[in-house]
Design a binder for this molecule. Structure first.
Ligand code: FPP
Ligand code: MG
Length: 300
C-alpha cells in the first residue's frame, strides 16, 4: 500500500523536526507493524495531507506505548526483531517512547479540537488499560468483566479513537465509526490472545504461549478455567505464571482444544467482528468489511 509508505515518511519528517540524531537512528530500528490504525483512518477519511498526519500521530502514539510496554513486560523481541530495550536498555526505550509520544501530541495540538480530544483521551484509557493488565497478572483472574474492560482500554480505545477521529475529519457519523472501531479493537485483541496459543514462535516473532507464563489469563484460558473439573482447575492454576515444559504446554493446549475453549474464543472474536460490520452497514464502505475479515483471519 503506497499510502502506508507516505505515513512512514510523515513519521520520519516529524522526527527530523525534533532535530536529534539519536532519535532518527532509533526510529530506523523500529520494526513497522501491520499499521491497522492507519489503514482504518485512510479507508474512512481518504488520503490527504491531513489524514496522513493523523495516521502518523496515531502510529507514533502506538509505537511509544509498545516501547513502554516492552519495558513493563521485559520483552526481548518486538515484531520479530530485537526490542529497543533488548538492543539498548530500558532507559532508552522509555525515553524514545517519550519523544515519539510528546511529538505526536505537539502535532495533535495543531489539529481540529474534537480530533485532538478524541485521540488524547484514548491515550489516558490506554495507560489505564496497561495498568489494569499489569494488576490482573498478580493473581489468576477469572472475571470476564475485568478482562473485557482491560482489553477495551488497552487495545480497543486507540482503534476506536482512530476510526472516530477519521470520521470527524471526513464529516461522517462519528458514533457509528467509533462503534466499528471499538468492536474491531476488541476482536483484534482476542485474536492476538488466540494466536499466542495456536501459532509457533517463529510466526509470532515472540515466544509462543507467553501470555499464561506472564500471568495473562486471556479469553481462551478464561473459558478453559470455567469448563474444567475441580481437579484440573487446580492443575491449571498450579501451572500459572510458570515456564511450561513440553508436557505441560501440550496438556494446556489439548485441554483448550478438547473443552472447545479455543473454538468458542474464535467464535466470540468473530461475533465482535460481525458487530463491527453491523455498526457501519449503511455506510457503503466495503473496505471496512475487508479490514475486519483480514484482521480475523490473520496468522500473526
Ligand atoms: C501491548 O499489550 C500494549 C498496549 C497495546 C498498550 C500499552 C500502553 C502503555 C504502555 C501506556 C503508555 C502510553 C504511551 C503513549 C506512552 P500486550 O503486552 O498485551 O501485547 P504485546 O504482546 O504486543 O506486547
Ligand atoms: Mg507486551
Amino acid at each position: 500500500m503506497e499510502e502506508l509508505q507516505k505515513v512512514k515518511e510523515q513519521i520520519k519528517k516529524f522526527i527530523i523536526e525534533v532535530d536529534d540524531k539519536k532519535s532518527l537512528e532509533l526510529l530506523d530500528l523500529l520494526a513497522t507493524g501491520k499499521m491497522l490504525r492507519s489503514k482504518l483512518i485512510l479507508k474512512i477519511a481518504g488520503i490527504s495531507e491531513e489524514s496522513i498526519k493523523l495516521c502518523a500521530v496515531v502510529e507514533m502514539i502506538h509505537a511509544a506505548s509498545l516501547l513502554h510496554d516492552d519495558v513493563i513486560d521485559e520483552a526481548d523481541t518486538r515484531r520479530g526483531k530485537p526490542s529497543i530495550n533488548a538492543l539498548f536498555d530500558n532507559k532508552t526505550s522509555i525515553m524514545f517512547g517519550d519523544i515519539l509520544y510528546s511529538k505526536a501530541f505537539t502535532q495533535l495540538s495543531q489539529m481540529d479540537k474534537e480530533i485532538a480530544y478524541t485521540v488524547s483521551n484514548a491515550v489516558t484509557l490506554l495507560s489505564i488499560g496497561e495498568m489494569a493488565d499489569v494488576d490482573l497478572t498478580q493473581n489468576f483472574n477469572t472475571s470476564y468483566d475485568k478482562y473485557f474492560d482491560m482489553i477495551y482500554k488497552k487495545t480497543a480505545s486507540l482503534i476506536e479513537a482512530s476510526a472516530k477521529a477519521a470520521a470527524i475529519m471526513a464529516g461522517l457519523d462519528k458514533d457509528k465509526y467509533a462503534l466499528y472501531g471499538k468492536n474491531l479493537g476488541l476482536a483484534f485483541q482476542m485474536i492476538d490472545d488466540i494466536l499466542d496459543i495456536t501459532q509457533d514462535s517463529k510466526t509470532l516473532g515472540k515466544p509462543a504461549m507467553l501470555d499464561f507464563v506472564e500471568g495473562k489469563v486471556t479469553i481462551p484460558y478464561l473459558l478453559l478455567h470455567d469448563r474444567l473439573e475441580k481437579e484440573d482447575k487446580e492443575k491449571l492454576k498450579a501451572l500459572y505464571k510458570k515456564p511450561l515444559n513440553e508436557e505441560e504446554s501440550s496438556w494446556v493446549k489439548n485441554q483448550i482444544e478438547s473443552t472447545k475453549a479455543l473454538e468458542d474464543s474464535i467464535i466470540k472474536a468473530k461475533n465482535l467482528g460481525q458487530e463491527a460490520i453491523a455498526a457501519v452497514e449503511d455506510e457503503d464502505n466495503e473496505s471496512l468489511v475487508l479490514i475486519m475479515s483480514a484482521m480475523i483471519n490473520r496468522e500473526f
